[in-house]
Design a protein around this ligand. Structure first.
Ligand code: SAH
Length: 341
C-alpha cells in the first residue's frame, strides 16, 4: 500500500490518519511484526495482526565476492520461491540490482535468468523488500537502484510502477528517480506507455545486435518487433522524456562482434542521443556462447563514428553475480545446476 491507501485503510478502521504514516515509517525501518510498532496501542497492534501481514524475505544464502566485495543474496519469498539481489559498491555509493519476476519469459539465449521460464511476477512489496532488507542486512546505505536482476520489468509493468512510487516516497526510502535505472529487452508498447509517465529514471535497452537476423536468433522478443521498430520506439521515448537511452550490448564471440555490426549500430543510432554500454559476455553454464575477444576493437569502431561507449565493469564474477548469471532457484536448489562454494 502507498501512504494514501494506508490512510484510507486506517480511517475505515476508525483511526486517525496519522496512524498510516506511523506504520509506513515502521515498515520502512524493516520491522517484521506489528508488535514492534510501539507507538501504536496494544489493541490496535492486535487488530492489525489479525487483518494484515508484513512481507519479509528470508536470507537463504549470502555470498560476498572476494574480488570486489559485491554481495549476492538469495531470498526466500513467502510462497517458497527464491530470487536473487546483488549489492555493488562504488566510490559514488551503493547500487542494488533487484529482480522483478521469479524466472523470466523472454528466453534470451545468453541469459541464465530465463532457464525454466517464468514462474510468477513479484509484488511491489517483494521488490521494495529487496532494497530495504539488502540495506539492513549489509549495513550499506543504498543510493542507486537498477532493475536489472531476474525478469523483465516491463512484463510486470503495473507492479514496477507501483514499486517506483513506493521507493520514491519521502516518508519511505526516498530514492530519487534519477538514481534508478530500468532495463528492458524492448517491449515497445510498454516503452510507449512508460514514456507517458515522464519519469526521470534512466531507461536501458538490451539491444545486443543491430541487425534482425542476429537479434532474432539470440532474443526471441525481436521476432515480433524488429530492430527498426525498437529503435523508432527509443527515438519517441527520447523525444517525449528528453532522457537519453542507454543501450546494452553483450559481446558474444562470432555472433554480434563483427566490424560490420559496429558500423551498422553506429548508423542506426545516428542523430539519437545515446550511450552504448558494452558488456563482456558472462559465461552461463550449459550455454555454447562464448565471450568476444573483440570488445576493444568494437568499442574503437563505435567511437570513430561518434558513438558514446563504455565497457561495463564486471563485478561479483566469483559468485555468479554478474549480468545474466542470476537464476531462479528453488529451496532445494533444483533449478540450478551450477552451485557456488
Ligand atoms: N529483462 C531485462 C532486465 C535484465 S537486465 C533486460 O533484458 O534488459 C540484465 C542485463 O544483462 C541485460 O542487458 C541482459 O541482456 C544482460 N545479460 C544477460 N545475460 C548476459 C550475459 N550472459 N552476459 C552479459 N550480459 C548479459
Amino acid at each position: 500500500m502507498n501512504l494514501s491507501e494506508m490512510e484510507t485503510f486506517f480511517s475505515e478502521l476508525g483511526q486517525p490518519k496519522f496512524r498510516a504514516k506511523q506504520v509506513f515509517v515502521w515498515l520502512h525501518r524493516g520491522v517484521t511484526s506489528f508488535e514492534e510498532m510501539t507507538n501504536l496501542s496494544k489493541p490496535l497492534r492486535r487488530e492489525l495482526e489479525e487483518r494484515c501481514y508484513i512481507t519479509a524475505p528470508e536470507v537463504m544464502r549470502k555470498q560476498v565476492s572476494r574480488l570486489d566485495g559485491t554481495i549476492k543474496y538469495l531470498w526466500k519469498l513467502r510462497d517458497g520461491n527464491c530470487i536473487e539481489t546483488v549489492l555493488m559498491s562504488y566510490q559514488h555509493g551503493n547500487t542494488v540490482c533487484i529482480s522483478c519476476e521469479v524466472g523470466c519469459a523472454m528466453g534470451c539465449a545468453f541469459c541464465a535468468s530465463t532457464v525454466g521460464g517464468l514462474v510468477r511476477r513479484l509484488t511491489p512489496s517483494e521488490m521494495l523488500d529487496q532494497v530495504l532488507f539488502t540495506q539492513m542486512d549489509s549495513g550499506r546505505p543504498i543510493s542507486n537502484i537498477v532493475l536489472m536482476g531476474i525478469g523483465e520489468p516491463l512484463d510486470n509493468y503495473d507492479t514496477v510502477l507501483r514499486f517506483l512510487e513506493l521507493v520514491n516516497a519521502p516518508e519511505g526510502l526516498n530514492i530519487g528517480m534519477r538514481h534508478i535505472s530500468l532495463s528492458t529487452c524492448g517491449l515497445t508498447k510498454r516503452m510507449e506507455q512508460l514514456a507517458e509517465e515522464n519519469l526521470q529514471l534512466t531507461l536501458s535497452v538490451s539491444l545486443h545486435a543491430p541487425d534482425d537476423e542476429t537479434r532474432s536468433k539470440i532474443m526471441p522478443v525481436n521476432r515480433s518487433v524488429g530492430v527498426e521498430n525498437l529503435l523508432a520506439a527509443c527515438r519517441r521515448y527520447f523525444e517525449k522524456t528528453g532522457r537519453r537511452i542507454s543501450y546494452e550490448y553483450a559481446m558474444i564471440d562470432g555472433v554480434n562482434d563483427a566490424d560490420w555490426q559496429a558500423e551498422l549500430l553506429a548508423n542506426r543510432l545516428k542523430g539519437m542521443p545515446s550511450h552504448v554500454n558494452l558488456i563482456p559476455l558472462n559465461e552461463v553454464s550449459d550455454s555454447p556462447l562464448r565471450p568476444s575477444k573483440r570488445v576493444r576493437q568494437f568499442q574503437r569502431k563505435l567511437e570513430e563514428r561518434g558513438v558514446n561507449v563504455t565497457v561495463r565493469r564486471r563485478l561479483g564474477g566469483d559468485i555468479d553475480a554478474s549480468c545474466g548469471q542470476l537464476r531462479r532457484k528453488t529451496v532445494e536448489g533444483s533449478a540450478s545446476k551450477k552451485t557456488n562454494g
